[in-house]
Design a protein around this ligand. Sequence first.
Ligand code: SAH
Length: 268
Amino acid sequence: MTTEIDDENRVADKKLASSLLERVRIVLVNTTHTGNIGAAARAMKNMGLSQLTLVAPKNEPDAESYARSSRADEILDQAVIAKDLEAAVGDCQLVIGTSARQRNLCWPLITPRQMADEVAKAAQSYPQANIALVFGREDRGLTNEELALCHFHVNIPTEESFSSLNVAAAVQVLVYELRVKWLELQDAGLPDWQDEWDVDWADSAGVERFYQHLEQVLVGLDFYDPENPRNLMQRLRRLYQRARLDQTELNILRGILTATEKASGLKK
Ligand code: SAH
C-alpha cells in the first residue's frame, strides 16, 4: 500500500529523474573526426540524452558520423552548431568541463560519479537549469580559457602514463554515470539535498558580462594591469565560479561595480 506522501515523493523523484537526462547538453569542441561525433551521439542515445552541440567542428557531421552513430540519426540531425564555447554555453547555469591532464591553475576537480551527483543536485535545486558537459579536441583537449568557463573539471581516472581516452569514449563514461544516477533516483526516495533555490541561477552569458565589467573596473582603478596579469582574472573567475552565482547576487555585484565606477569618477 502506498500513502499519498509516498505517491508525492514518487512523482517528485520521477520529475527529477527525467529532468536529469533532459537538462544535460553534450558539447564537443572543435572535433576533427566526424566519426567521433557519430560515436558520441550513439553513446548519448544509449543512455537517454538527446542534446548535442558542436562548437566549430573541423568538419560537420557526414556519412561517417551517421554510420558510427548507428541510428542515433535524430541527435545528429538536431545537433546545434555554435561558433565558440562561450556561445554554446551562454544559456547554461552549470558548465562542467573535462580534462585528461593537470592544468597550471587547478579548478575544482571531480570524478565522473561526483559529476553525476552535481548534475542531480542542480536538477533538483534549479529544475530549469541548462547543464553542459564539455569535451575537448582530439589532439589538444580544451584550452585554459575554455576550462575557465566551467564550474568544475571532471577527470576520468586512468593509468597515469596513458590518461587520454578517445573523446567519444570519454562521452560514454560520463553519460553512463548520469544514467546510473538516473536509475538510482527512479528507485530511491528523494535524496536529502537542499530544496529548490529561491532565485533563478545566473547563466554563463550573464556571468561573462560580469567578468568583463569587473576587469574594466579593476583596470580603471589601476588594481589590474593587463600587461602584468599574474593570473588575477583567472583567480577571480575561479572564486566566483565556485560560488555559483544566482541572478540576484549577480545584479548586486554589477550594482557594486557601477557604484564604484561612479564614486571613483570612472563613470559620471
Ligand atoms: N591530448 C589531449 C587529450 C584530448 S582527449 C590533452 O592533452 O588534453 C579528447 C577529449 O576527451 C578531452 O578533451 C576530454 O574531453 C576527453 N577526455 C579524454 N580523456 C579524458 C580523461 N581521462 N578524463 C576526462 N576527459 C577525458
